[in-house]
Design a protein around this ligand. Structure first.
Ligand SMILES: *[C@@H]1O[C@H](CO)[C@@H](O)[C@H](O)[C@H]1NC(C)=O
Ligand SMILES: *[C@@H]1O[C@H](CO)[C@@H](O)[C@H](O)[C@H]1NC(C)=O
Ligand SMILES: *[C@@H]1O[C@H](CO)[C@@H](O)[C@H](O)[C@H]1NC(C)=O
Ligand SMILES: *[C@@H]1O[C@H](CO)[C@@H](O)[C@H](O)[C@H]1NC(C)=O
Ligand SMILES: *[C@@H]1O[C@H](CO)[C@@H](O)[C@H](O)[C@H]1NC(C)=O
Ligand SMILES: *[C@@H]1O[C@H](CO)[C@@H](O)[C@H](O)[C@H]1NC(C)=O
Ligand SMILES: *[C@@H]1O[C@H](CO)[C@@H](O)[C@H](O)[C@H]1NC(C)=O
Ligand SMILES: *[C@@H]1O[C@H](CO)[C@@H](O)[C@H](O)[C@H]1NC(C)=O
Length: 470
């Protein structure tokens, strides 16, 4: 409960009118907020990020060569943890103790800055999480905006390990902050409607698949920050993804959003997303034959989960809203009847999951259009929120064609434990010295050239130098 400080708690108890009341229900079992490379903890929106150098039994940093770096010219207006970083010169890992089996959110924060010793922009590295390659050959971290990478990883073991592996040439990796939080149990649905040209139908068993969260969009509404989200997420406005359409309009409600069994919960998506939308509306007897369309980049070789959030905050009465849903050009639902889905109540939260494959065009399109059951003088299409998530490829990667094994093999020259070789070497030297003494004492002379010292040095240096650059 480190995120609920006493002041906030009093605030919640003393005022039932402030909106944060509704966000205080979810308390995750595993909840790690780490300010990497900092000596002090930092606080962001009442959330306390602990220093990774503070000793804690449930967090373990094993790093043969790491150091912390502080920004001499701190960024104003950014959370304070972006002004410190932990830099790794060798493969290093954070181990988090996991008490709650299930999906965990892993969020990594990167913000470059220059210090007298190092320019973080030059970093290039891989990041592994429990066997998944979450970032590969990662670079291009900018000093302009933080890069935030978020993953949903199912954890069935007692630890979650985040490993940073510098690409040899760059010689270092870094991170500013890490969040590891148990996800709400209903966040990741097990099935989705699969849409493709060959066949369509339901796919199951998705709840244990790893996901990278690429986009969370609050359709028709403002940015929602972690402070205003039940699970500390960020939702961005849809303008960047929306294809201009003058047949649609934005709507907003201040009324209460209802959550029902079988629909969405507040942890799945907060009020702040459901209380705004874009709609297609007919003001006269003719129904506009139009689509609202949003586009997102999506690349070949990955499957994507598209989650669409609906909440009818626009209709005057229930039972008149029907529309078509298209995902990637496929008819995902024809004459979708939100009233029935939402149990015949307005302002009720509901979502649908789809799975599609990225294609050559590199674009994922989502359209909401009026249908031939749409009703005149009514709302004829509506959408409140969009989430786009990438599933890992068959190599267990979200980022290219290297698997965890390949990455670890490549850097084995860096990580190999030299201690046994050194011990053997010392033994050999001692034994040979003893032998030599004996030999000298006996004034005998044999087998000098057979001493294995040279050979074992060769073994050692082969192990040390046989590094494949990546
Ligand atoms: C939270 O949302 C309210 C409106 O719902 C808004 O006025 C406020 O600025 C938001 N706070 C943050 C930190 O985003
Ligand atoms: C719709 O928008 C386009 C530009 O995006 C504009 O040229 C056109 O006049 C608009 N139509 C109406 C009916 O407003
Ligand atoms: C209905 O309204 C739209 C604009 O909202 C207009 O373009 C259209 O001509 C109207 N149709 C009729 C039959 O009045
Ligand atoms: C809406 O989009 C779908 C899928 O892209 C397309 O088949 C349909 O023709 C579009 N409808 C309109 C009115 O543009
Ligand atoms: C509704 O439109 C679809 C094409 O989008 C068509 O196949 C179907 O027959 C239409 N249904 C009715 C009742 O008109
Ligand atoms: C995702 O990665 C896991 C672990 O490496 C693997 O078991 C699974 O098959 C991968 N998913 C796909 C769709 O290839
Ligand atoms: C990964 O491999 C696939 C097929 O082997 C190829 O189409 C794709 O371009 C590769 N991706 C990268 C990032 O190299
Ligand atoms: C890593 O990225 C750099 C530049 O972005 C590229 O030149 C290099 O080929 C990449 N390496 C691998 C193994 O993909």
């Amino acid at each position: 409960m480190e995120f609920l400080n006493p002041i906030l708690f009093v605030l919640i108890l003393s005022s039932s009118t402030i909106p944060i009341l509704s966000f205080s229900h979810f308390s995750p079992t595993d909840h790690y907020l780490i300010d990497c490379g900092s000596t002090l903890k930092s606080t962001v929106d009442h959330r306390i990020f602990l220093s990774d150098s503070s000793s804690s039994s449930s967090l373990f940093l094993s790093s043969p060569r790491s150091f912390s770096l502080t920004n001499q010219h701190p960024y104003q207006g950014l959370p304070p943890f972006y002004n410190s970083a932990r830099v790794f010169e060798m493969p290093s890992k954070y181990e988090f103790q996991i008490k709650d089996e299930g999906t965990h959110m892993v969020r990594l924060h990167f913000q470059a800055f220059t210090s007298s010793d190092l320019d973080l922009i030059r970093a290039r590295f891989h990041v592994l999480v429990n066997g998944y390659v979450v970032l590969s050959n990662f670079s291009g971290v900018s000093a302009v905006n933080p890069r935030i990478k978020e993953f949903l990883i199912w954890v069935g073991t007692e630890t979650l390990e985040i490993t940073f592996v510098p690409v040899k040439k760059s010689k270092f990796a870094f991170v500013n902050a890490i969040e590891v939080i148990s996800a709400p149990k209903d966040l990741v649905a097990d099935s989705a409607k699969y849409l493709s040209y060959e066949h369509s139908g339901n796919v199951d068993g998705l709840s244990k698949e790893g996901r990278e969260v690429l986009y969370r969009v609050n359709v028709g509404g403002p940015k929602v920050t972690p402070f205003n989200d039940s699970f500390w997420r960020t939702w961005v406005p849809d303008d960047e993804h929306f294809e201009s359409n003058n047949g649609s309009k934005k709507v907003y409600t201040t009324g209460r959003i209802k959550y029902q069994e079988g629909g969405a919960s507040r942890e799945v998506c907060p009020d702040n997303v459901y209380n705004s939308a874009r709609v297609i509306k007919s003001t006269n007897s003719s129904i506009p034959n139009t689509n609202m369309t949003w586009t997102f980049p999506a690349i070949n070789g990955y499957n994507y989960i598209v989650r669409l959030h609906f909440c009818d905050i626009a209709s005057i009465s229930i039972g008149f809203l029907f529309f078509n849903i298209y995902v990637n050009g496929h008819m995902a639902y024809e004459n979708f009847d939100l009233s029935t889905a939402a149990n015949w109540e307005l302002s009720t939260a509901f979502y649908l999951d789809f799975m599609v494959s990225g294609d050559q065009q590199g674009v994922l399109r989502i359209s909401i259009g009026s249908s031939n059951q749409s009703v005149p003088y009514a709302i004829d299409g509506l959408l409140n929120g969009i989430e786009i998530m990438k599933l890992n490829n068959s190599l267990g990667s979200f980022d290219g064609n290297l698997s965890t094994e390949m990455i670890l093999k490549r850097c084995q020259g860096n990580t190999i434990n030299l201690v046994p070789y050194i011990v053997i070497l010392c033994l050999v030297v001692i034994v040979s010295l003893m032998l030599r003494q004996k030999v000298i004492r006996r004034e005998d002379s044999f087998s000098w050239s057979k001493l294995p010292v040279v050979d074992s040095w060769k073994v050692k240096s082969n192990m040390g130098m046989g590094i494949v650059n990546s």
